[in-house]
Design a protein around this ligand. Structure first.
Ligand code: NDP
Length: 338
């Protein structure tokens, strides 16, 4: 059994989802209500079938975390949401659970691994995976495929990674460095020390501020942990420019529209058969029956493989080999079983 721990993107989103999911009594509740709400496991079991008939089952756990909790410094509430959702998943016997969106970021940033026990449950961290390896792999493949389609030659291209020092961002940089002949890498984040360490590790890359980097980039990968999207001036971008938005909530404001600017939702995968679930409709996926976040897909791949282990864990430890492995899981599912 696989599990998915997720959350909605804002209070407004949570209120609309409560209405849509048949909980109208919660639709007008404010942030305080969500801060005190316990995790909720949806009743409906998720069934995922491959083309050759292998079937896996899973459950979704809504943590009731909202990004506004971080923005308003309700840190205790935010951390409680994640750890309680993990305990809830484990209590229900789930073998491998993905920590979606901000769940893994909160787990890492607030060092939740030191909390080993929740009431009578001793957390077994090997039952959880951040899903970041597969997310980074999918984003890199999107860069390679979409740039080829747009006629952007990587060997002449500059890629800017916003959130470069993060778990996903650093993996994207490692892949671009090892797997492509990209001409230039621009590294964007706020903490200078971590930027320097990444630059040393890669042996390349220019550290720039966002405003300086964007006009130079042919491709921009957004994987910053931003509770709200940012507005950017499309006029300042190169044409063509490929923007891959891998954040959840999305880092880019939907208004980034200009001729020659191509915005792609990043870190999204498409299954070959429909999955009967309401979840992806709630997050406005273009094809909600088949598309899902790559981090969720990682726990499904691990369940298909019966690899009940924390494949992605810790911060900035994603290797190119692991990304290739997650890609191999995906293709073995497509060629042998699906
Ligand atoms: P991390 O916390 O590990 O890294 C976040 C990065 O963003 C760091 O480099 C951080 O550096 C940088 N950052 C944060 N705020 C800013 C800012 N205002 N300006 C510039 N840089 C900033 O996060 P992850 O790598 O785990 O996740 C990245 C994003 O991907 C998140 O939005 C997450 O929700 C999303 N995600 C998407 C998935 C999917 O399936 N599509 C799966 C998992 C995550 P610094 O603090 O120094 O600025």
């Amino acid at each position: 059994m696989f599990g998915l721990i997720g959350h909605l993107t804002s209070l407004e989103h949570a209120q609309a989802a409560a209405r849509d999911m048949g909980y109208p009594e919660y639709a007008d509740e404010g942030l305080d209500f969500w801060c005190s709400a316990p995790p909720l496991m949806l009743d409906q079991e998720i069934t995922v079938k491959s083309l050759t008939g292998q079937v896996i089952k899973g459950r979704y756990v809504e943590s009731c975390f909202l990004p506004e909790m971080l923005a308003t410094r309700r840190i205790k509430a935010a951390t409680r949401k994640i750890i309680n959702a993990m305990a809830h998943a484990q209590k229900h016997g789930i073998d491998i659970t993905a920590l979606g969106g901000f769940s893994s970021i909160i787990f890492e940033n607030f060092n939740l691994k030191q909390i080993e026990r929740i009431r009578n449950i001793r957390l077994e961290f090997q039952r959880f995976t951040t899903g970041n390896t597969h997310t980074a792999y999918i984003i890199c493949r999107q860069v390679e495929q979409a740039s080829a389609k747009l006629g952007i030659d990587l060997s002449k291209a500059t890629i800017a990674v916003c959130g470069a020092t993060g778990d996903i961002g650093s993996a994207v940089c490692r892949w671009m460095n090892a797997h492509t002949d990209v001409q230039d890498l621009l590294l964007i984040a706020r903490d200078r020390e971590r930027l320097n360490a990444l630059q040393t590790e890669l042996g390349r890359g220019r550290i720039l501020g966002l405003d300086e980097a964007l006009p130079q980039a042919d491709i921009v990968v957004w994987v910053a942990s931003m509770p709200k999207g940012v507005e950017i001036d499309a006029e300042s971008l190169k044409k063509p420019c490929l923007l891959i938005d891998g954040g959840y909530p999305k880092n880019l404001d939907t208004k980034v529209q200009a001729p020659g600017v191509y915005v792609l939702k990043g870190g999204i995968v498409e299954h070959s058969l429909d999955i009967d679930w309401p979840l992806m409709q709630l997050v406005n996926m273009d094809a909600p029956g088949r598309q899902l976040f790559a981090c969720f897909a990682e726990s499904m791949l691990l369940e298909f493989e019966k690899w009940h282990t924390n494949f992605s864990w810790g911060r900035n430890q994603i290797t190119v080999e692991k990304m290739e492995k997650s890609g191999a899981f995906r293709s073995s599912m497509a060629s042998n079983r699906s």
